[in-house]
Design a protein around this ligand. Structure first.
Ligand code: RIB
Length: 292
């Protein structure tokens, strides 16, 4: 069982031809709501790939909360450990232009996930093959998860987003860290090549259409991107994380897991919404067969 500990949001998506500049108003093309949140997205990515996955998180008492849970259940994510907190659910304002996005996420109920709740779920977390987390939770909750997982010897994959909540000390607690290139530069302040060399087989940097970069203890490995027609890049990083986790818990080696996750993330940008383009294992394999 994979356990994702993280956020569940409703994404409020505005599509336009270009992003507004400071003080500018631009005419939008479309508006939609769609389930998102980095934790929920990662859980759905795992489920779509056939993995047993549960999400530990918190929704609000608004109608978005009900919609978030209903969607997770439809996607075969175990919602047994999703709690409800008084007030609004997490929402993310997603500005979408062709091939690019900008997101403001407002935590809402996601910030009601406390260290105490993590402690109450010790046996659930301890029975996990892998814990996945992101940083849309309170920092003391992130620390409680990291310390508990170390005590229980459960490996942790962390997506350090939003990067402003990252602390360098996390590195000694996580088995895998998966920033995108912007986050990597913000977190470490040196070149990607130098950074991955400092954290071999631990730091996996996603490079958008250019694929993934990591160091395998001998050399820097670049896994090239897979060309696709981009519709919406929202959730591509979450798909990468979910696919990577799904491969690792099946006992695959890191390199083949990264290759698989790279293809999954590439496929995810071909459809609308953070979760809309997340592929099945068969869809990933169909593409992988053509690359081989
Ligand atoms: O990673 C994409 C996600 O970030 C969106 O679904 C949005 O909810 C924000 O959390």
């Amino acid at each position: 069982m994979i356990t994702v500990i993280g956020s569940a949001n409703m994404d409020i998506i505005a599509q336009a031809d270009k992003f507004p500049l400071q003080g500018e108003t631009v005419r939008g093309k479309d508006f939609q709501t769609s389930p998102g949140g980095k934790g929920a997205n990662q859980a759905v990515a795992c489920a779509r790939l056939g993995q047993n996955v549960q999400l530990i998180g918190t929704i609000g008492t608004d109608s978005f909360g009900e919609m978030i849970v209903a969607n997770l259940r439809n996607q075969q994510v175990d919602t047994s450990y999703i709690a409800q907190a008084e007030g609004p659910s997490g929402v993310a304002i997603v500005l979408l232009t062709e091939g690019d996005n900008r997101i403001i996420s407002i935590p809402g109920a996601n910030h009601a996930l406390t260290p105490q709740r993590i402690g109450e779920l010790k046996s659930v977390i301890g029975a996990s093959q892998l814990v996945m987390m992101q940083l849309e939770l309170p920092i003391d909750t992130v620390w409680s998860v990291l310390k508990l997982c170390r005590e229980l010897e459960v490996p942790v994959m962390m997506d350090p987003a939003p990067s402003s909540s990252f602390q360098l000390e996390y590195m000694s607690y996580v088995h895998y860290l998966t920033p995108n290139e912007t986050e990597c530069a913000q977190l470490f302040g040196i070149s990607i090549e130098e950074t991955v060399s400092n954290y071999p087989n631990q730091l996996l940097v996603t490079l958008g259409k250019d694929g993934v970069c990591y160091h395998d203890r001998e050399q820097i490995i670049y896994v090239p991107g897979v060309p696709v027609q981009v519709v919406d890049t929202t959730g591509a990083g979450d798909t990468f994380n979910g696919a990577l986790a799904s491969q690792l818990v099946q006992g695959n080696d890191l390199h083949s897991a990264v290759q698989f996750a790279n293809v999954a993330a590439s496929l995810s940008v071909g459809k609308f919404g953070a979760q809309g383009g997340m592929p099945t294992a068969q869809e990933v394999e169909n593409v992988t067969d053509k690359i081989d």
